[in-house]
Design a protein around this ligand. Structure first.
Ligand SMILES: [Zn+2]
Length: 411
């Protein structure tokens, strides 16, 4: 006979009997005490902190009624373009000032003009965007590329130029130089996913390519690069020769930093409405392609980043299990339902951050439930899935070596 060994603890806030799962946070599902491990009841954050609540809600209602896949021209776009023009304009004003100083024939102003030219060059240099991982070749990994191509094809997206892998817990797209498009996968994140969840995450990303939007119009993208350059140049934490040559005055640097930060925030804010649309559309298209259930469980898996890095550290340290990714999947399967509930609730409570494009998670989940798709439109046959999984194991092996070497090296 197996005895029920579940232990309970009394909630300090409301007296509810809380289930205790060793190794996991004990929290109260009735009043949310300790839900984030802070031994308190979370302060009720307004759902749309720092967002324009009205327009966020209006958009949500609109999508609840029907999913419109177009990105209509909006007033906000004009603000975005205006801000982008201001960014470009003020950068050129530096050059203009330098030319003016040269023309005065004053030797002091001549030095200042040189400094300004130096600053101008640094700002307009193409933003040094390093690849965030290793690019894999099409002939080496035909299954992964093939699947990305096929899903893209369903949305009329031409094949991507590059798949980049890294050891992050994430997936996103990149626009590279010369109109090249890349999709970036963190192997740990993909490893956590089932086949249909992998299809869901690929669909979401391909949907972003399928709907070109304001954030990748040339004017705006260049403006963001310029702002990033400005950031790097005036960042109070930065160092480097130019930094000391151009900004000997701390006050000036901090002032500039504040101005650049506000312009950046305004730029993001002006694009937010359109980006929210883009995310709702992407969720919906992923839902149609992979099935709604896969999208919701994908969201949940995204919350397991902490579990992954804990697993990785332990495997690196104790070496009791040689297969990091297998161990991670075992642990996902063993997560108790109480913990799943906690992650779900945290996910829905989290408000959208001010500098983020993402709509509130609660809205995204609600919209998927509203337009539920039971049958996935895309599902590889078993033979294909086997080939894919075999190829994916090779990817995992490589990634595991890199990750464990890094962790052991650091420890
Ligand atoms: Zn309670």
């Amino acid at each position: 006979m197996i005895l029920d060994q579940t232990e309970y603890e009394k909630c300090l806030e409301c007296g509810h009997q809380m289930k205790v799962n060793p190794g996991y946070i004990t929290w109260c599902e009735k009043c949310n005490w300790n839900i984030d491990g802070e031994e308190r009841k979370p302060v009720e954050e307004p759902l749309h902190k720092g967002l324009n609540k009205k327009s966020t809600d209006r958009l949500f209602e609109e999508f609840k009624y029907s999913v419109d896949r177009r990105l209509p021209f909006s007033k906000q776009r004009i603000y975005t373009y205006l801000l982008a023009i201001i960014v470009h304009g003020s950068t050129f004003a530096i050059l203009g000032m330098a030319i003016f100083f040269y023309s005065t024939h004053s030797s002091w102003l001549f030095i200042l003009a040189n400094v300004l030219v130096l600053l101008w060059i640094t700002i307009i240099l193409p933003y040094r965007k390093r690849l965030p991982g290793r690019a894999i070749r099409r002939d080496e990994f035909p299954e992964l590329y093939g699947m990305v191509d096929e899903i893209g094809d369903r949305m009329n997206v031409p094949p991507v130029d590059m798949i980049i892998l890294n050891e992050e817990y994430d997936a996103y797209i990149l626009h590279l130089k010369r109109n090249k498009r890349a999709i970036v996968f963190g192997v740990p994140f993909l490893a956590a996913l089932t086949m249909q969840e992998k299809i869901a995450v690929i669909s979401q990303q391909m949907s972003h390519f399928a709907h070109p939007n304001i954030s990748n119009s040339l004017l705006v993208e260049r403006a963001r690069h310029v702002l990033n350059s400005w950031y790097d140049t005036v960042d109070p934490q930065g160092s480097g020769l130019l930094y000391w040559v151009v900004f000997p005055l701390i006050i000036l640097r901090l002032l500039l930093f504040a101005i650049i930060s506000s312009i950046y925030a305004l730029l993001i804010k002006s694009m937010r409405q359109e980006m929210h649309r883009l995310f709702y559309i992407a969720d919906h298209e992923a839902s149609e392609t992979a099935g709604s259930e896969a999208v919701l469980s994908l969201f949940l898996k995204f919350e397991m980043e902490g579990l992954f890095f804990l697993t990785a550290e332990q495997v690196a340290e104790y070496q009791y299990n040689k297969e990091l990714y297998d161990e991670f999947r075992n642990r996902i399967a063993a997560v108790p339902s109480q913990e799943i509930l906690r992650l779900q609730r945290l996910q829905e409570m989290r408000y959208a951050e001010n500098r983020s494009y993402h709509p509130p998670m609660k809205n995204r989940i609600d919209l998927i439930r509203e337009h539920w798709a039971i049958v996935p439109a895309y599902r590889p046959d078993p033979a294909r899935e086997r080939r894919f999984n075999k190829e994916f194991r090779d990817l995992e092996q490589r990634s595991q070596r890199i990750l464990l070497n890094d962790l052991r090296g650091a420890g």
